[in-house]
Every structure is written in C-alpha cells, then in structure tokens.
Design a protein. Structure first.
Lengths: 496, 151
C-alpha cells in the first residue's frame, strides 16, 4: 500500500460520525483553552484524558490532537485583541497583531492568523505524512541500546530547551526519572518506594501527576490576584485580508510553515521557539525591518503559521519513535499507553489504521478550525469576560472528579493534590514542569531498554558507544547539554 | 527569591540523601543485569549534585537571583483558602458524596474569589454541580463517590 492508499484508509476512519464529533469537540475545546489565558494545552489535554476512557484509542487520539492544534489557533485571538497571549506560542503575535488591532485592522490580523494557521497546519500534516513513514522504517533498525540513547536524547533536548535555567531543567528531569521508578519493577517483580500503599504498586499515576503539575498548579497561581475582565478591541470587521495583505503575507506564511515544522520535529523546541525563530528570520529578511512591531501583517502571518506547523512536526517523533518532544505530546504518549498502544516505529506497521486516521483527522480538524475561527471570533473574544471566580473552581472540580474516575480511586486524587502544590512551588521558583512529566512517562520504557541492553552486552556499558546510531544519539545529547556551558565559557574567554 | 531557592536546594539535597539511603536497600546489581536500585540510587545522587550546583550558582550570581518576592503581595491570603477548600473537598467527597461536597466546594471557592450575592453563588453552585454530574455520571457513566447520603 502506498501513502495515498493509507491516507484514504485514514479518511474513511476519520470521517466516521463519532470521529468527526470528537475531532470537532477537540478543536473547539482546544480553541477555548487557547483563548483563555492561564490554562495551556498540556493542562487541557491532561484534564481531558479521563474523558477518553470510554472511547477507542483512535477517537481518543483524534480528540487530544485536536485540543493540541486547536489551542494554537485560539491563542492568537487574545494576542491580537487584548495584547495578552493565550499561549506562550502566541507571544510573538502580540507584537504586530495588537498594533494592527489598534489601527482598526483587527479583522485582517485575525483573518490572516486563521488562514495562515490553516495553511501551515495543512502543510505540516503533509510534512508529517512524508517524513513519518521513512523515519519509522529507519527506526525499525533500533534495538534496546538505540532506544535507550534515543530516550536519553529526547529528555536532554527537552531539559536543555525548556525553561530559562539548565540546572533547574535537569533537576526537574531527574525528579521525573526518580518518580518513574516508583512501583513494582516489571522484570524482577520487586516493589520500589511504594511503602505498602496499593495505589503506588502500579507506579505513580501519570494522569494524577500531570493534572496536578499543570492544571491544579495553574489554577492556584491564577487565584493569586483578583481577576480583572480585560478590555479588548471589540470592533472586528473585514476578516478577509485584502490583495496587499495576501501579497505581503504569502511568503512569510510558507517560510513560517517550513521553519515551524522542522523546529516542531526537534524534541523540546516546540511551538514557542518556532514562532520566535520565524519572527526573527522574517525581520532579517524584510526590506523594512524597522516596521516590525508597529503592526504589519507579516508579523502576524509568520509566527502564527510557525506555531501551527510545529504541532504537526511534534507528532513526528511521538508517532514514529515514541519519544515525545513536549509536555503536550508527553501527555499524549501517556494517554496512548493507557489505551494500550505503544507509539514507535512498529505502530506504523501494526496499527496503520490508527496512525493514518489521526493524520487524516488533522486535515479535517484544520478545516473545522478555519470555519470555527473566522466567523465565530467574536464569541471567542467574549469568553475572556468569564470571571476567574467561575473558571478556577470549575477547573479544580473537573480535575478532582476526572482523576477520581480514572480508577475510581481517591488516593489518586490526593496524589494530584500533592503534585498540584509541588507544581505551584515549581512555578514560583521557575522550575519547568514539562521535564517531570516527560521523564515520568519515559522512565519505565528507558529503564527497560537499559536492562535489555545490559543483558545483551553482559553488563558492559560500552554497548551504548560501540553501536553507531546509539553513539550518535548520545553525542547529540551531550552536545545539547553542554552547549550552553561552552557558549558561556566562550563569551567569558572573549571578554578577557 | 534567593532565600527561597536556597531552601529549595536544601530540600532537594535532603530528598537526594533520602533517595540514596532508600535505594541502597535495594539491589544495584543482579545476575541478569542492573538491579532495581541502580537507577534510583544514581538519579538521587545526581539530584543532590545538581541541587548543590544550583546552590553555588545562586550564591555567586547576584543579578539573576535578586531578592524579588516569590509571592506577590496579597497572594497568600487568596491561594491558601483555595488550597484548603480543595483539601476539604477531597476529604468530604468520600464521606458525604459527590453532590453535596461539590456544591459546597463551588459555593466556598466562588465566595473566596469574588464576593457576590449569595443567590448568584448558589445558582452557579447548582449549575456546575449538575453540569459535572451530567458529564461524568450520565454521559461517561463513571461511578462518582456516593458517601453516606448515597449521591
């Protein structure tokens, strides 16, 4: 079967009424999450995992992916109308989007943002479709040592790129690894750090930890100050860009799509870095760089295309290698494992119906988002008026009931609460929570790969350095970890 | 911020020692390969080393870790009651069941966050309790804690 046959098969599954319904639900919830400042896509996806338990894995993943890329669309609305990014990936859109709105061009900014997001989203799904199968084929050569090295690389890239301080990122990652060792060891059957608590025998519930670290912590931080209904630009007209707008934004949209996709493929980089890189490169390429930040359409088209393209890119390592590159994809990996699917190269061989249905649903979801975002932009903007006093208790109660329903176990709700408080303090002291979740999900797989590798080599650690792919992956991991130190030393040496 | 980070580093070092002591009770090597204590032991050691490195960095760098308040003024009196309400909710949900505990939680937290008319608060309490009930109990068919009242 060729790609087109697989895609047709994917569409036949994705276009079933139930999948269309949950794709729509996903993109709509994603848009709401994107519009509302505070709750991000990681918290949103984690909170909604309990929702997916009654679904089959395909429908669940279609909905969760919809939330992910839907949030990217929604984030631009608040950036343009309020100068308040709904998501960190929409920060760059504020610079020119809000200025355009102040000049009475909010409609054009929102229009190009939705169209750019649609084009980039669609192109990135095409990229995913082209890149994923050969990468999955290549990854079939991987044995346990390569997998171990790949997971080490995934973790180090996320740690190195997420957050402002490498040491804090490393501590968060190491904590996640430690937490991932709790429970019964699958090989020896001996329990670790569970202290006779039955809930801990299966390990720390990934849903409890991620909902706590992201959603509960976010709400606690949100409650710190009284909410003020933001003043936003209400006059929105002419959503369709004019001829000049098209001319100015076509190339930035395509460049944004390409940069965004490839940055998204890289674990750890994600949509925020993609939009920043694209904005910077557009400014460099522009004939009038001084106009950036004053309200020009290229400044909206490029970052908005990039952050949407990054979501398609981020699905590449998740689906082909089973290594998530961001907090949201880590949550998706956890959800897939709960549904009994193990992402990786074999997923394309064993479950092509699942993979291609998710890919096809992303095309459908992007069309839905374009329809949802252009005519309904006024409704999304009005959502900003929902007071925090309503939103915060609703999210907290949703988290408590949602986590309880995972296993009908109140102990998991307590774990969520503990991690909510830990997450709140992590936010206060600027420790990134994403590496904790990523490491928590990957550690059991990584430890298993480590044990298998050492069994293969009769406990000789050199197995990781004598196999070329494993060595290359570890070398990249080391370079990514030490490059900030090297850069720091280089700057210091130059200043002498 | 600086004092807070120092406390965090000390807590992390304590956790590291605890992790190393606890993992040393487990086997670090086995006939078939590494033991179950191998990874937690070395990860605990790494956490300790990193906490020490962060401590040294905080003490040496004055600019990035200047003493900005970690908690903005007036934030603690808002966050602590919400956290307490959440704890009370989790305790109560087991004993008095989903419906009364969720209603009480909504009323309390809305009241803490925004002093509005009690009628409005009760209205939102009823609406949200019913909304979550419909989603989880009726639509998703998930069992909710019944408590002594049975609902």
């Amino acid at each position: 079967m060729g790609i087109s046959d697989y895609l047709l098969m994917g569409f036949s599954t994705a276009l079933s009424p139930i999948n269309i319904l949950f794709c729509f639900t996903g993109v709509m919830i994603g848009t709401i999450i994107g519009v509302l400042p505070g709750i991000g896509p990681v918290a949103g996806t984690a909170m909604l995992i309990p929702f997916t338990f009654g679904m089959n894995a395909t429908t669940a993943m279609i909905m969760l992916a919809g939330i992910y890329y839907g949030a990217m669309y929604g984030g631009s609305t608040t950036s343009i109308l309020v100068n308040l990014p709904g998501e960190s990936s929409s920060v760059m859109t504020c610079l020119d989007g809000y200025q355009m709105a102040r000049k009475g061009r909010a409609g054009a900014a929102l229009g190009i943002s939705a169209i750019g997001s649609f084009i980039a989203g669609t192109l990135s799904v095409m990229g995913l479709m082209m890149l994923a199968p050969p990468l999955a084929n290549f990854a079939l050569r991987f044995g346990p040592p390569e997998y171990f090295s790949l997971m080490v690389l995934g973790m180090t890239l996320v740690v190195a790129l997420v957050g402002e301080d490498l040491i804090k990122g490393l501590i968060a990652g190491a904590l996640g690894i430690f937490l991932g060792t709790v429970g019964i060891d699958p090989i020896s059957g001996i329990e670790r750090f569970s202290y006779g608590i039955p809930t801990l025998l299966d390990g720390l519930s990934f849903v409890s930890v991620s909902v706590g670290l992201f959603a509960v912590a976010e709400v606690l931080e949100m409650s710190e100050s009284p909410s003020k209904s933001p003043t936003y630009i209400e006059k929105i007209s002419n959503l369709l860009p004019n001829w000049q707008d098209w001319k100015d934004s076509t190339l930035p949209m395509f460049r944004g799509s390409i940069i965004g996709f490839f940055v998204g493929v890289m674990p750890g980089a994600g949509a925020t870095i993609a939009s920043m890189l694209t904005y910077a490169s557009e400014k460099k390429l522009s004939k009038h760089p001084e106009k950036f930040g004053t309200g020009i359409i290229e400044g909206v088209a490029a970052p908005e295309s990039a952050n949407n393209a990054a979501t398609g890119g981020a699905m590449v390592p998740l689906l082909t290698l089973g290594v998530p590159g961001s907090g949201t994809t880590a949550v998706m990996l956890g959800a897939l494992l709960i549904h009994g699917l193990r992402p990786g190269p074999l997923l394309f061989e064993k479950h092509p119906d699942f993979v291609w249905a998710v890919i096809a649903s992303m095309y459908i979801g992007n069309i839905m988002l374009l329809i949802l975002n252009l005519p309904l932009v006024g409704i999304w903007a009005r959502m900003l008026k929902i007071p925090q006093a309503i939103l915060a208790p609703l999210i907290l109660a949703f988290c408590v009931v949602g986590v309880f329903t995972v296993n009908n176990n109140l102990a998991e709700v307590w774990i969520m609460l503990i991690f909510g408080i830990i997450g709140y303090f992590m936010k206060k002291f600027r420790f990134p929570p994403a590496p904790v979740v990523l490491a928590l999900v990957l550690t059991p797989l990584m430890e298993h790969a480590l044990q298998q590798s050492l069994q293969m080599s009769h406990q000789d650690f050199s197995i990781f350095f004598t196999r070329p792919i494993s060595l290359a992956l570890l070398a990249i991991a080391v370079v990514s970890l030490f490059s900030p130190f090297a850069r720091h030393l280089w700057v210091r040496a130059k200043s002498f | 911020m600086k004092k807070g980070i120092i406390i965090v580093c000390l807590v992390l070092m304590g956790m590291s020692v605890f992790g190393m002591v606890e993992s040393s009770r487990l086997e670090r090597t086995m006939k078939m390969g590494i033991g179950i204590g191998f990874l937690p032991f070395w990860v605990s050691a790494i956490i300790g080393a990193l906490a020490l490195a962060l401590l040294v960095k905080v003490r040496r760098e004055r600019i990035s870790y200047e003493d900005k308040p970690v908690f903005p003024q007036g934030s603690i009196p808002r966050v602590v009651p919400i956290a307490i309400a959440l704890i009370a909710y989790i305790i109560l949900i087991e004993f008095i069941g989903y419906v009364p505990s969720t209603f009480l939680f909504f009323v309390t937290t809305i009241f803490i966050l925004q002093r509005s008319r009690m009628m409005i608060i009760f209205f939102f309490g009823v609406v949200f309790t019913s909304l979550l009930y419909v989603i989880f109990k009726i639509w998703l068919k998930s069992p909710l804690p019944g408590g002594v009242l049975g609902f």
